[in-house]
Write a protein that binds this ligand. Structure first.
Ligand code: 0O2
Length: 211
């Protein structure tokens, strides 16, 4: 079994997680500033909500093990991109790209990788826009670049992903005899949500043209 209690009490581990939490705060503030500015200029908010999380010790351990690395500070920093996670929930599909572009334009943020699962959804129906970013955080000992994963998605995409995640992990979908049927149902739900997202986007456009 994984020595979770031991890891949690280790000073270096706590200090590293504190650094990731600070990176999350920096990015969250940037997103809130963009949303505030947008609401003053255009009288609406592209961001519906922001959720953040630090990857749990057990998940960090498992992912490193899966990749064939030991549980060390260097490996956590160098091999994992999603210890710090920020999920941005937008109202409309075009808001996702607006938020992503405005974030990417900021000169202290470095974009390490982009995965556009909206343009190219996963075979199971998962849709979301993923950015792996690096942001400098200023600590007493100097500036440290910290990595984080920013997932940007609509309310609909988030609704689907949250429920699919719950079903997949909690109910051990893989061992269920109706696995294939459930996967097909989930894919159908993803298609329905895509259609609704597109329809909402069109309605927004029509209203915009009227104004
Ligand atoms: P959790 O619990 O959300 O942290 P890579 O980084 O390229 O080596 P990885 O990690 O598979 O490969 O990257 P990817 O595909 O960008 O996915 C990372 C995260 O996206 C996942 O983190 C989920 O949060 C989300 N995600 C990806 N695919 C799915 C999916 O099919 N369903 C749902 N619900 N979420 C998905 P974690 O660590 O898996 O989980």
């Amino acid at each position: 079994r994984f020595p979770e209690r031991f890891i949690k009490n280790t000073d270096y581990y706590n200090s590293l997680m504190m650094m990731y939490r600070c990176a999350i705060r920096e990015i969250q503030t940037k997103l809130e500033v963009l949303d505030d500015e947008f609401s003053v200029k255009y009288n609406r908010n592209p961001i519906s909500s922001i959720k953040t999380r630090i990857k749990k010790p057990m998940s960090i351990y498992s992912k490193l093990q899966k990749l064939g690395y030991e549980f060390t500070e260097t490996n956590i920093r160098e091999q994992l991109n999603d210890v710090a996670g920020i999920r941005v929930i937008c109202s409309f599909i075009d808001d996702i790209y607006t938020v992503a572009d405005l974030l990417a334009e900021q000169d202290d943020i470095k974009i390490l990788r982009i995965k556009d699962y909206i343009l190219n959804p996963k075979p199971n129906g998962y849709r979301s826009y993923h950015m792996i970013v690096e942001i400098p955080v200023f600590f007493a000992e100097g500036k440290t670049p910290m990595r984080a994963e920013v997932q940007i998605r609509t309310i609909g995409m988030d609704f689907w992903a949250s429920l699919e995640h719950q079903l997949r992990y909690k109910k051990e979908l893989g061992s269920n005899k109706d696995h294939e049927l459930i996967s097909m149902e989930l894919l159908e739900c993803a298609h329905t949500i895509t259609a609704v997202d597109n329809q909402m986007q069109n309605i927004k456009k029509m209203i915009g043209e009227l104004n």
